[in-house]
Design a protein around this ligand. Structure first.
Ligand SMILES: O=C(O)[C@H](O)[C@@H](O)[C@H](O)[C@H](O)COP(=O)(O)O
Length: 251
């Protein structure tokens, strides 16, 4: 597991944009396309905006295929839509090869079924779709994508996409499941803000049950997750009695 601590959210966004562009170039060089699942929430927005502003000529956007790690059960123009955030920050600014949104306007089960169909079609021939990159955030409760603590999706081993009831939020979210995320060639977490410090320490150093901190379930077989965090989110690392190590800080 590699941890990079950036001074502030702006430097975190810049590092994330650089990472995205580097992995896109490598995937396109090696396989002729770059299949990426975008994270939702607020943290990644600045990185998406940097990609749209500073990387228009750096990335062969026509070979980039955008997917989503999860979606809220809302239409694409709703303020809570992860698709809407990505469209405003990036997708409307670059000539992507394709954009595959999760149809939040449908009933969650139907949205999950259709999205799974779309994944199986795009990744035809792959038992489990292998994204070149999956971007993820981390919630203060240790969730990632829409894998929330003690929810049904955490134990999913067959489905690629599920409708996941989240009692605490009183809603049903549509999310990639752990097997798909862990099949990715690369997983990069973007974590900013002191509010995430406790969850980040628990995930990286704690021995709590992964059902309590679902981001602990993310262990890509191919490579270690890269954690891009700002200094505020990293404030509690290396202090807890339960530091299990296992991560190295890279400059
Ligand atoms: O749909 C979502 O909300 C995200 O997929 C979710 O997993 C997010 O990444 C975390 O909740 C962190 O959100 P912030 O970046 O807003 O803190």
């Amino acid at each position: 597991m590699t941890l990079r601590v950036l001074e502030d959210p702006a430097r975190l966004a810049a590092a994330a944009a650089r990472e995205f562009a580097a992995r896109a170039a490598r995937a396109i060089r090696e396989r002729g396309r770059f299949a990426v699942a975008l994270a939702g929430g607020s943290t990644p927005r600045a990185a998406y905006e940097l990609l749209a502003r500073d990387y228009v000529d750096e990335v062969d956007w026509g070979r980039v295929h955008f997917f989503f790690g999860d979606e809220r059960p809302v239409p694409p123009d709703h303020a809570d839509s992860n698709y809407r955030m990505a469209r405003e920050a990036l997708l409307s600014c670059v000539p992507a090869g394709s954009v595959h949104r999760i149809r939040g306007e449908l009933a969650p089960e139907e949205a999950a079924r259709r999205y799974e169909e779309e994944l199986r079609s795009f990744f035809a021939g792959e038992e489990v779709p292998r994204f070149d990159l999956i971007l993820l955030g981390l919630g203060e409760d240790g969730h990632t994508a829409s894998l929330f603590p003690h929810t049904r999706a955490l134990g999913e081993t067959e489905r690629l996409v599920v409708a996941n009831p989240v009692e605490r939020l009183g809603t049903v979210r549509i999310t990639l499941t752990p097997p798909v995320i862990n099949a990715a060639r690369a997983v990069v977490f973007l974590v900013a803000g002191g509010g995430k410090a406790k969850a980040l320490r628990e995930v990286l150093e704690g021995s709590a049950d992964p059902r309590q901190y679902p981001a602990k379930l993310i262990r890509p077989g191919d490579g270690e997750p890269l954690w891009l965090v700002d200094r505020a989110a990293a404030a509690s690392l290396g202090k807890g009695p339960g530091r299990t190590g296992g991560w190295r800080e890279s400059s």
